[in-house]
Design a protein around this ligand. Structure first.
Ligand code: SF4
Ligand code: SF4
Length: 667
């Protein structure tokens, strides 16, 4: 006897089933059409090439569950549900193929493995649903929102699986196939059903007819629930079954740290009057950005990593995404910045990128927040007062500090430093505004220059010809001035035939490296930690002589600057440099590398007062102090300033904040 099972055993009226299926499919299709119509109310998007690479990326992400499993417990729960769902879906497709194409698939050993796998995956799926319910409803989840939709979905899935196992159990109870152990869960259900029916009928045995009737009833309930599930997808969080993989497939291929450029030139005359630069309402986003918001599955991971949320400021990245979604549903022309989304939310973002990094479905919160700054800024000239001042400083003095450009060379006093000339093949040391104007950061600049000289690296500077790199302008949404400045800087670089650039500032590093190529400014840009690492042997010799005495027995903790770490994936180089130090101990903070907590200085916040919630720099400093370190090492002028200010506020100036070059120079 060949192992198999009769499909549609005990079931008549298949036509009714197909009619219900067609109805469910129609509701599903209408829902998907409505979503797609909303997405395409947005603007044009860049074209999406590299199809096979994207497919591979999506498959790898979905199958490995890499992003989801970053958070272990919820990740495992999702994996149980996802793989359970996938296995049952494939199983159902095989049945459909056999019935409608007449291919003999479910026979012999294949049938036995099929039957066993579906039962095992079904059981794991039920386990996942129960764990998800326990997690949601029995343990308080700070960043997880519970809505009616969540309860409906969990209830629906559980009922579908339960009735599925009951149907299988009833069939096994009546047909008693010799291979019923290959359906272990169905087999247990068959025993339970027989026992329950016998008890209710007050007899030792129950009739096959009674079980058959029950089977037929539950089968129809099971099918109606499954059809309800299909119809419900586009109207619920289940939509992410489609939008999440699609969003991963359409992920941006820009470097992580690069914001999308606005096309400010060559705008067609006919669209000029209606054209919005940046975003004022959902229709100003591109269709891909609108699809993006529909991929959100409300997992709350973005909120759990956002320094502004954790500091109790008005911003929650998940809310931004859901607000854009609900405004898109209500009216694609409705006002977002200053309307559905408050200015306080938009301006609380430090552009640290923690939300994007941790979103398992590649949603780009940061680009949207910048677009929401661009809209009011470019169209209405609306910026917070401190930001307006910083912008004016850059416009007139070419630096956000508002100091006269003649002071740009003050830090060089007493140091013999070459100015760049066209014939020079030396590496350009891009000092950056913080390194040139801020007193504390000038010490870092001088320490780096001394190190460059000791390592015998040929370098030169632009001196007064250097201007702001444009990062602050772009992060506050002033794309117009940003692009002008970038073009001016590129012209200077080209005049001097610049090829290699090194800088101590991760903000300059990110902009020069990742954003200048958008304007045909392609240079080989290194952060100072990368240049030093490249010359590891030379620095090792210097360290042995210099640092032993001053840093002996010191404990160091390293704070990852957001624009070096999450924006550029530079995590290990700085740590390897610190590990070169003799007789010192490197202690990690609980939040480090891609989970590092922002210092609070990015996205224009170097020039803004922290008025709402807790101070982010003080929170980060507390995390550093918890390690008991004597030195907080970092590699960014903003972080240096923010953390130093926090130590001062906490009266903990016994702990030093130093740039890595200062640490290497012996503190
Ligand atoms: S970029 Fe950082 S501060 Fe801004 S929303 Fe994301 S996590 Fe929050
Ligand atoms: S935006 Fe991403 S991380 Fe945030 S709740 Fe939605 S899916 Fe989760």
């Amino acid at each position: 006897m060949v192992p198999t099972r009769e499909i549609y055993w005990n079931i008549d009226h298949h036509t009714l089933l197909y009619a219900v299926f067609a109805f469910a499919l129609a509701i599903f299709s209408y829902g998907m059409y409505r979503r797609a119509r909303l997405w395409f109310s947005g603007q044009k998007e860049e074209t999406f090439g590299q199809i096979s690479r994207r497919l591979l990326f999506t498959l790898r992400n979905v199958v490995s569950h890499r992003g989801i499993l970053r958070e272990t417990r919820p990740g495992i729960i999702h994996a149980l549900m996802f793989f359970g769902f996938t296995a049952l879906f494939i199983g159902t497709c095989l049945v459909a193929i056999q019935v409608h194409l007449g291919w003999p698939i479910l026979y012999g050993n294949f049938y036995l493995y099929y039957s066993l796998s579906l039962d095992v995956f079904g059981a794991l799926f039920v386990g996942g649903i129960l764990l998800a319910a326990v997690r949601r409803y029995l343990f308080e989840q700070k960043f997880l929102r519970n809505t009616r939709d969540d309860a409906v979905i969990l209830g629906l899935l559980f009922s579908i699986l339960l009735t599925g196992f009951m149907v299988e159990g009833a069939r096994i109870a009546v047909t008693s196939p010799p291979w019923s152990e290959y359906s272990p869960v169905g087999y247990i259900f068959s025993k339970l059903l027989v026992a329950a029916l016998s008890k209710s009928q007050g007899t030792q045995t129950c009739t096959a007819a009674a079980i058959s009737t029950l089977h037929r009833t539950i089968w129809w309930i099971h099918m109606m629930l499954a059809m309800g599930f299909i119809a419900y997808i586009p109207y619920s969080k289940l939509l992410h079954l489609f939008t999440a993989p699609l969003n991963i497939f359409l992920h941006s291929t820009r470097p992580k740290g690069a914001l999308k450029p606005l096309a400010l030139e060559d705008v067609e005359a006919k669209t000029l009057e209606t054209r919005v630069f940046g975003v004022l309402s959902p229709k100003d986003f591109t269709w891909k950005q609108l699809l993006d918001v529909d991929a959100c599955m409300r997992c709350g991971r973005c909120d759990s990593q956002c320094p502004a949320t954790l500091a109790e400021k008005p911003l929650k990245p998940q809310k931004i995404i859901l607000d854009i979604r609900s405004q898109m549903e209500a009216d694609t022309q409705g006002r977002l910045p200053g309307g559905k989304i408050s200015d306080a939310e938009i301006w609380a973002c430090t552009t640290c990128r923690a939300c994007v990094e941790h979103c398992p479905v590649n949603i780009e919160h940061l680009q949207k927040i910048i677009d929401l700054r661009r809209g009011p800024g470019l169209m209405e000239g609306k910026y917070p007062a401190e930001i307006t001042r910083a912008i004016k400083n850059i416009q007139f003095q070419k630096n956000p500090y508002g100091l006269g450009n003649e002071q740009r060379e003050d830090w060089m006093q007493g140091l013999d430093i070459k100015r760049l000339s066209a014939s020079d093949g030396a590496i350009l040391f891009w000092v950056g505004c913080a390194g040139a104007f801020d007193n504390r950061n000038r010490q870092t600049t001088r320490a780096f220059v001394r190190l460059l000289k000791e390592m015998k690296i040929d370098f030169c500077v632009l001196g007064r010809e250097e201007m702001c790199c444009g990062d602050p302008l772009r992060r506050v949404g002033n794309e117009m001035d940003f692009q002008q400045l970038v073009k001016q800087n590129i012209a200077v670089f080209k005049k001097y035939n610049v090829k290699d650039i090194v800088t101590c500032c991760p903000h300059c590093f990110n902009t020069l490296k990742n954003e200048y190529p958008q304007f045909r400014g392609n240079f080989n840009v290194l952060h100072h930690t990368e240049l030093i690492s490249k010359n590891g042997n030379r620095i090792k010799d210097l360290l042995n002589k210099k640092t032993r005495a001053t840093l002996s027995d010191k404990t160091i903790t390293y704070h990852d600057p957001c624009y070096l770490g999450r924006h550029n994936d530079v995590y290990e180089g700085p740590r390897e440099l610190l590990c070169l130090l003799p007789d010192t101990e490197l202690r990690e903070m609980e939040r480090s590398r891609d989970r590092s907590f922002c210092c609070g200085g990015g996205g224009g916040h170097m020039w803004m007062e922290q008025r709402l919630g807790k101070n982010i720099n003080e929170m980060r400093t507390d995390q550093a102090l918890e390690t008991g370190a004597d030195i907080i090492a970092t590699a960014c002028p903003y972080c240096l300033t923010m953390l130093s200010n926090a130590l001062k506020a906490k009266d903990r100036e016994d702990v030093k904040v130093l740039d890595i070059v200062e640490v290497l120079a012996g503190g």
